[in-house]
Design a binder for this molecule. Structure first.
Ligand code: ADA
Length: 571
């Protein structure tokens, strides 16, 4: 995958990005017509991309086939897909390799004994919805489809390192780390084989072991425990990173890690022992010209805009973001909230209680941990957004996901975003009370609505014996049409948005119970047709920059506040 550093020195990898053939299949006849071996026809498109940007396909939903020819010297090949929106089924030279559900996470498929020569990779992509989809059909973003992140093919040799995560606990003084590395090893040979595995941090060996893996099998192994001293901590704006490589004689996997401690103590969020406040935005990784195939070249610009505005945190609403973006956050010292696309509003109670849906959600969490565990920027895992938190099924789901993420998610806070503050029965399953509220937009315009709300909600927390749970305003905002100017009392004007947001962020900043804010939202986004008349231009217009990242007045108004808070922090 495209990362900001080299993931392999030993493993041979080849990009399969670029020209692919595309053929729509509105009647879903491809499988019975043998398209899995070769497409009867097709249009050349560039991958990664969303098909919606092709002429005539803007609103197409359903099945689309993709084909790519490539040369390989043969052996055991591993195909890596950054993301396929939403379900991908894959064949190599007509032979079925496997499938993956979920449009926002990486997956890989292994093909052993491939001969040298030209080969054909075929992917059937389906972005349609049913009652068990995650997300459900009603969402406040666009129904894109396609191979939306990069594709590559790797040649596996001997015992290979498929994944690695470094677990650690910092000493009280935060200067030493007790570590262990857990890796997934794959033996591409047919017979049981052992190999010595070496772990290096910044070029120095920290542990090695000899591991045996059965032929064509994967084994998860703990590669040893070790202690690191004189730790340089990863922190906001001080992104200290370490390189960790796990190597065998034939293969390797390189990643980056950072050490930091995030916790909740006495009603505050602490990072490395210091009380912090989130100055955040919610950001969809979406652009009107590229959809979810968000160009890496624009990621840095988004981040620079956010940093210039005084942000120290981003919520990746509402799904795992591309690895390049999360790498950038690691490098730039910005905190991140990563979540899966269980998006409330459209999530029916039946779906909440449906075993397949709950298992799918759990699998999405498992994948998120697998691919993002090592990123120090991720300080929060998000379980779900705005589900019916008063429902028994929501309680069960939250209990399950919270337990899973606390046990396996490393040193992170586990949260969900709530828009049923009075009825929420799940509050024991979150480390912070994250609230999505829209006074000044959907919920009326009383002057002191926010103050009243915060008082009432904190009284409820007290009553529940959770008075020391910090509150975070995880969504609030109002729409403004870029370029529309009027009196600041007029809805949809840039002036109104600027006034409301600067009032909110200051109020939250000054309130002792609130540990920060995530403005809804960073940029205007194209939204699904289900949201209908509610969304002028077919966009959610609550961005503080428009869809082309041109700042609205609110951007400058919030910048003034956020930068002032940042200054207070350094005093
Ligand atoms: C919700 C939701 C967001 C967005 C927002 C809005 O809070 O979580 O995705 O839809 O409302 O703009 O209404």
């Amino acid at each position: 995958m495209a990362r900001l550093f080299c993931e392999h020195m030993k493993r041979q990898t080849q990009s399969l990005n670029g020209a692919w053939k595309l053929l729509t299949d509105p009647k879903d006849i491809g499988e019975s017509e043998g398209w899995s071996s070769s497409l009867p026809e097709g249009k050349t498109v560039s991958v990664p991309s969303v098909w919606n940007m092709e002429r005539g396909l803007l609103t197409y939903e359903g099945v689309v086939w993709y084909e790519k020819s490539f040369y390989s010297e043969g052996g055991t090949l591993r195909f890596c897909f950054g993301a396929v929106m939403t379900e991908g089924k894959v064949w190599l030279d007509g032979k079925y390799l496997g499938s993956h559900y979920g449009g926002f996470c990486q997956f890989e498929l292994i093909a052993p004994d491939v001969e040298a020569g030209m080969h054909t990779l075929i992917v059937r992509v389906d972005n349609s919805f049913n009652a068990q989809s995650i997300p459900q059909a009603f969402v406040d973003w666009y129904h894109y489809g396609g191979i939306t992140r990069g594709v590559s093919v790797e040649t596996l040799k001997g015992i290979c390192v498929l994944s690695q995560r470094m677990e650690y606990t910092l000493s009280e003084g935060l200067d030493r780390a007790a570590c262990r590395v857990v890796a997934e090893l794959y033996n591409e040979g047919k017979r049981l084989k052992s190999a010595s595995v070496n772990v290096e941090i910044d070029g120095k060996t920290v542990c090695s072991d000899t591991v045996a893996v059965r032929g064509r099998r994967t084994a998860e192994v703990v590669l040893g425990e070790f202690e690191l001293e004189d730790i340089r901590l990863w922190d906001i704006g001080k992104p200290e990173l370490y390189t960790i490589s796990v190597t065998t004689d034939t293969d390797d996997l390189i990643d980056r890690v950072g050490f930091r401690k995030v916790e909740v103590k006495d009603g505050k969020v602490l990072l490395n022992g210091r009380s912090i406040e989130f100055r955040g935005v919610n950001r969809h990784e979406e652009h009107p010209e590229f959809g979810f195939a968000f160009p890496p070249s624009l990621m840095r610009r988004d981040l620079e805009l956010a940093l210039e505005m005084g942000c120290n945190a981003i919520r990746g609403s509402h799904y795992p973001n591309s690895k390049e973006f999360v790498d950038l956050l690691d490098e730039m010292g910005v905190m991140f909230w990563s979540e899966i696309p269980i998006w409330g509003c459209g999530f029916s109670d039946e779906a909440l209680a449906d075993k397949v849906v709950v298992a799918r959600g759990l699998e999405m969490h498992r994948e998120m941990l697998k691919y993002y565990y090592n990123h120090p920027c991720i300080v929060m895992w998000g379980m779900h957004n705005e589900i019916h938190l008063y429902h028994e099924a929501a309680y069960k789901m939250s209990e399950l996901y919270y337990g899973f993420l606390k046990e396996n998610g490393g040193n992170r806070l586990v949260v969900y975003a709530c828009n049923y503050p009075k009825e929420d029965i799940c509050l024991e399953f979150c480390d912070l009370a994250c609230l999505n509220m829209y006074f000044g937009w959907y919920y009326g315009y009383e002057d002191d609505a926010w103050e009243k709300f915060i008082e009432e909600f904190s009284a409820r927390l007290d009553l529940l014996g959770m008075g020391d749970k910090p509150m975070v305003m995880s969504e609030f905002g109002c729409a403004a049409m870029a370029g529309y100017h009027d009196d600041d009392s007029i809805l949809w004007s840039e002036e109104n948005q600027a006034k409301q947001l600067s009032h909110c962020v200051r109020l939250f900043h000054e309130h002792p119970k609130v540990s920060g804010s995530f403005i809804w939202q960073f940029c205007d986004i194209r939204t699904s047709r289900q949201t209908g008349l509610n969304r002028a231009r077919g966009f959610n217009n609550k961005g503080i920059v428009n869809e082309y990242r041109k700042p609205k007045l609110a951007y400058y108004a919030v910048k003034q506040e956020y930068c002032a808070f940042a200054k207070e922090e350094t005093k």
